[in-house]
Unconditional design. Sequence first.
Lengths: 214, 694, 324
Amino acid sequence: MSSKPSSSQPVVNRRTFLKGIGTSAVAVASVQVGAMAEEINKAAGPGPQGPGAVPITLSINGEKMNFQLEPRVTLLDALRNHAPLTGTKEVCDRATCGACSVLIDGKLTYSCMKLAIEAQGHEITTIEGLAKNGELSPVQQAFVECDALMCGFCTPGLVMAATSLLASNPKPTVADIKRGCSGNLCRCGTYPHVIKAVLKASGAAVPETSVMIQ
Amino acid sequence: MAGWPNPSTVLGKAATRVDGPAKVTGQAKYAYDVQPAGWLYGMILRSKWPAAKVTKIDLTKAQSMPGVKAAILAGGDQRTVRYYGQELAAVAATTKQQCLDAIRAIEVTAEPLPFVVKEDDAIKPDSPRVFDKTPNLSDPKLEENGKVDAAMAQAAAVCEAELRTQIQLHHPLETHGNTISVQGDHVTAWASTQGVFSVRDGLAGNLGVPQSNVQVICDYMGGGFGAKFGPGAHGGIAAQLSKAAGAPVKLMLNRLEQGLAVGNRPSSIQKLKFAADKDGKLLAADIENYGSPGVGGGGQTAGGGGGSNIAMPYIYGFPNSRTKQFGVALNTGAASAFRAPGHPPASFSTESMMDELAVKLGIDPVEFRLKNDGNEIRRREFQEGAKRFGWAEKYKKPGSSPGPIKTGVGCAGGGWGGGGGGTKAEVQINPDGTVEVRCGTQDLGTGSRTVVAIVAAEAFGLHPNDIKVKIGDTNLPPSGGSGGSSTTASISPAIWDTCQKALAALQQQTGVTDARGANWEGACRKLGINPLTANGEWQKGLSSSGAGGVNFAEVEVDTETGFVRLKKIVAVHDCGLIVNPLATTSQVNGGVVSGIGYALYEERVMDRQTGLLLNINFDSYKIPNIADMPDIEVVLIDLPERGVIGIGEPAVIPVAGAIANAVANAIGVRVHSLPITPAKVLAALGKVPNVSRV
Amino acid sequence: MNSFQYVTAHTLDEAASLLGKNGRYLAGGIDLLGEMKDYIVSPDVLVNVKEMSPQSEFKAIRLTNKDACLIGASVTVAEIAAHDDVKRVLPGLAEAAGEVGSPQIRNVASLAGNLLQHSRCWYYRQPDIACLKRGGSTCYAQEGENKYSALFSGCACISPVVSNLSVILAALGATVQLRRKGDLHELTIPELYQEAWRNPSAHHSLQPGDLVLHVTIPLKRTRSAYRQQSEKAEFDWAMVSCAAAGNVAAGKVTDVRIALGAIAPVPHMVEEAHHFLEGKPLNDATASQAADLLLKGAKPLAQNGYKVPLAHTLIRRTLLALNA
């Protein structure tokens, strides 16, 4: 992460400082942690930050964005209300529903349970980052074609989940799809068509499960 | 039915949603997403007591906290609280964190009062009263046909049971809320709503401003299921905050609040006695129902009030019936309409009793229904469904499947209205051939935006993606709220009429005899500089009401763990002329998923001791997961001669009854209450030592 | 959440000193941030421990030359579930890890965080209820909605342990290495939860400032299995979970251990059941008797009695899985 000192910074960093004073002095040093943090902040790498707003840089969809945020601001909040990128949705705010799903270094993650400050130094991909040059990704295209969306509020999270699944498992079975999307809830009931969409995006045959008769 | 073209080019053909790309890219903006310049966060302080007399609410600390731009009372300084979550005060601040801090700085002084949150407790005469002057138990609403007792005495088979259903919470993914900007006596509101005009009406009244100064916009909304009509208490509060702060306020509820104060499906306690003759004809039904709509129920309503009415007796022909419908008040948030109000509990209990009778009489359950269902279309659906499901091969005597993992099958039916009317619309045809249709309706995820595009495209010989659709705005021609499964039947005729009028005007103005399809662009070019606009409205003859459907369910019950695994559901539905079979299939799938939750997982749990809600988020209020899905086969019966009818609600009705019957068929004993959890299955099988009745 | 300072620690000394009196370590954050959002806990500093050195301690899964598998505290549940060595030599652990939460949760949840996660009793988690565990005077579950409550407890709190990994690690005889006040400390899994058995305020036996380094799992029990039953198919807390580990040779089991989750504040184990099974074949009859021994003394409440037959089933199925 970002705590390694660059060559232009003084030699003293947190590690050498503590090593120098020795562990027996840690108790004494900890009383002065606030002052030490300031020293170290000036020297290299972040010491304790906050509780007020601090500068935070996030790499979102390949772009560096700068914020002034308190440590208690979640990545979800930073995305939606400060970037602002509202594609990622707030639905439960407690890691139970998946609507806030983003990729962090390619890993499917609930952004509501990630502090913005700890997402620094990682690659964040949101729903806005999937379509390239205005072209829907294969997963996005398949969702539209298979009608895997209704009100659409769960859709960004599910598209992220499906995208993540196919990245590590390009030919998933229906059981794989259910498992890969099991962290995402939908209230309108798009699940049967989501399964079809992921099959379609993976190039697999899509079973016909609906018929209209006169 | 005269009016709709046959054959058609796009009407009745599968079409992808015109707003699909916006939704899959995250570009679609919901009320939760809208961010007018200078917008503030709004949050509500809610009662922590289920019942209390509030004597003082002190806002002074909150008002002086960083970033706070307004702090108001919600209602007076003193009032009586009757449920956990009732609104007390609210703040608006620059950031979410500032709002949270300010809310927690509001000081409330209150005297807790006795309360009751359980139906069985509330019914007792010595229960604490929700409303001082009236008992919790209403007088019954009584309906009687024929001579029930005499018929019962003559019956060959009588089944008696007490069946219960739970409080179900809507829990749309987008919570309730609005972003509201009040500037003087002008109001703009971005609402998550099923009825933009209902919100306009409510806000104008709340603020005392002319309705013509209030614009409500709902371009996209994240689900409603019946609860999102009117601004709600939270909408009025957001408006007042905006007025006080002089800035737009976004006030969206959080997930906990969703479980407290914006509606629910009432619970039911149903004491039923059904009788039939030896040939399998139903003779009589004796029904005593208790519906619990929270503070919406009770003594001052004459049974069935506040949404407590369970639609009994349901769908089958009972020559003799007696129904006593009671309403029970609780110190919990009031009920609101939830997708087919009164019908899922009625279908569940009626269909459970039908299977009990069929078994007692030794008649095949599907045959038994065919003998007693007077609805010709639904009889066809039972037969069609049975055939595709493989009922004859799959149906076995209850509990007869060998081994600890038992399979079983069941079926159930439902019926609904779903007619429409009243919608007005406008269309603008531009000289470059582009088209914009405008209608103040809503798309809840039902696909109504695409319905508008399809109908217009059909009229003009174009493709739905060629039509620009503007909906969800009170500045557009009015349409009714999207409830009752009435939208498609309301908007389709209106759009058709509007576009027919526009087409006639275009042809008349340009001298082109048939401007449709390949001739379109050439004809439009002849318009010159100005676009052509036309208005139209709903016309008779293009829609009707009365839709229904049936479900067949196959389950596997692990009798050693109680776990119910759904294997297959066949859902057969009709809704007149099906405008878009792809979206209609999604509606049916969605209804099945909702019904699965009702049957197996969902239940709002209140704590008797504290009066508070216990399952406050989705880890404990359990809605179906993609992993819970069976194979779902959808059969749509297209009846174009009936015109357009809605399907949103019929789709959810027969699911739980079919599943409940499948479980009972599998294990040979019935679980009498929803949700059918593993704990209840084990208890029904006699495996839980300290539980006898389930 | 209330406000707090945030800092990343790179060494044990740093972590300890930065924690202060009212700090908390931040790993995956799923449990901690959730509690903070509901104001159940409000630390004034969060010390990020996902960047601790050496990585070979905190972030590695490796087989040591002492016939053990060492898994660092910061290793994610997803990494454990996917690891080839784990799947091969500790199959029950891979199964248990695969059942934790959802893909998103498994991607960030740490081994230590999973073990140390706080109660999921809905009274405890309700922001407006101060239950016994939260410092109030009443355990509301006793007379209330106790469908998910424990069948056994040594104190008035009947909130059961919900960590899937605790159950399998108990059966495997794992130990937890941690740093306490500058010294290395080791706890067995039962010791890790013992305090929760007897102290209603406790979720586990760790003291403030303790920092888990890694978990060491002996490989001596070559067979292991984990089974749970939830109300939904995925992403749902177990109503009951069961783990078993041992050796099977010539149709007989030796050195077997069985643990139950979600029925006690600790992974529930009964010596008598282990002794009974020693040297016997694992079949329906012996497994059933072992189950009876494990469930002896269970105190079902009004709503959780179903856990008894359910546990019985899971014990049988988990034990029989060792034969495979």
